[in-house]
Design a protein around this ligand. Structure first.
Ligand code: GYE
Length: 304
């Protein structure tokens, strides 16, 4: 059992597992909830000493953080990879140093023998669920779509685009434009302002890869004198508190969930891997979706 003894060179400290966690940054409500979940799970109480780094969504900074974890000789490394590509070298370095890597949230294109396990969400299926709602709602009615993409090169941006495109194939939905809003409210607003200037009220539908960008788009739509949710419908992904409230308000029309509470699963994986147990390579957490009515029913029980 852990002693909970903090600081000093006492014997209890030897039992703590040192984990370096390379977080993407703090771009969204989803990310805040994910960071909180990770910090709660990787607590001293649970037997961990957490070295936390948030890279402000700068890929070089995140890779540098992982290298510094390797140099510090941590027991294990957890990464929420900003983008999918470019991980081979540093993951190989961790492997050569004998430090297991667990990925949480986003996936990488590197070979899966360079990391011990991944836990996260099925981003492609989230895109499919959002696209199926759009296909069912607009069907054969000619519909002009604009897309607010997540961080360029990130797994959720790539997979959510792919899943949505697949689900609206063969419908009368036409994509007018698609640009990155970097998963932030500020950039979602700026990009939507540009779309409104260019296409005005010919826009019927916004697909935002996360709630924060949808919330930014709502500001831009209202500033242009249009009614979000009515003049221009919005579908987004995450189901964070502010997104759900906008959904209940009728400003967003449909939200697909993306569960950020991955801390306990990630911490369990770290312990199992260090204990030499066999773990599943990929663990998918399930997502739901919400209409305004469904959101109103569950809003009081939501944990994030
Ligand atoms: O949807 C978005 C966040 O990687 C699933 O990152 C995550 C995404 C999430 O910034 O809000």
């Amino acid at each position: 059992a852990m002693t909970g003894c903090a600081g000093g060179g006492g014997g209890g400290d030897d039992e703590l597992i040192t984990v370096g966690f390379a977080q993407t940054g703090s771009e969204s409500g989803w990310r805040s909830a994910n960071t909180e979940s990770m910090k709660a799970a990787f607590s001293e109480e649970n037997g961990f000493e957490l070295v936390f780094n948030a890279a402000d969504n700068k890929i070089e900074a995140q890779i540098a953080a992982v290298r510094s974890f390797i140099n510090q000789g941590v027991d294990a490394i957890v990464i929420a990879p900003i983008v999918e590509d470019g991980w081979d070298d540093v993951l190989t370095e961790a492997k050569e140093a004998g430090i297991p890597v667990i990925l949480e949230d986003r996936t990488v294109t590197a070979s899966d023998d360079l990391y011990a396990a991944w836990v996260g969400l099925d981003f492609r299926n989230e895109g499919v669920m959002a696209g199926q709602w759009a296909a069912e709602t607009f069907g054969d009615t000619p519909t002009n779509l604009v897309v607010l993409e997540g961080t360029t090169g990130s797994a959720p941006a790539n997979d959510r685009a792919e899943g949505f495109a697949e689900a609206i194939e063969g419908t009368a939905i036409t994509t007018l434009d698609s640009q990155t809003g970097n998963f932030t409210r500020a950039d979602g607003k700026t990009v939507m302002e540009g779309f409104l200037q260019k296409y005005g009220d010919t826009i019927d539908l916004v697909y935002a890869h996360n709630d924060d960008m949808a919330l930014g788009a709502i500001d831009a739509i209202e500033a242009a004198g249009l009614v979000p949710g009515t003049d221009i419908q919005i579908v987004s992904i995450d189901a964070v508190k502010d997104g759900m409230l906008a959904l209940i308000d009728g400003k967003i029309n449909f939200i697909v969930e993306c569960n950020p509470l991955l801390g306990d699963l990630a911490a369990g994986l770290v312990k199992d891997v260090l204990a030499g147990k066999d773990v599943e390579k990929k663990i998918y957490v399930e997502d739901q979706s919400f209409t305004p009515e469904q959101a109103a029913e569950v809003i009081d029980e939501r944990l994030y």
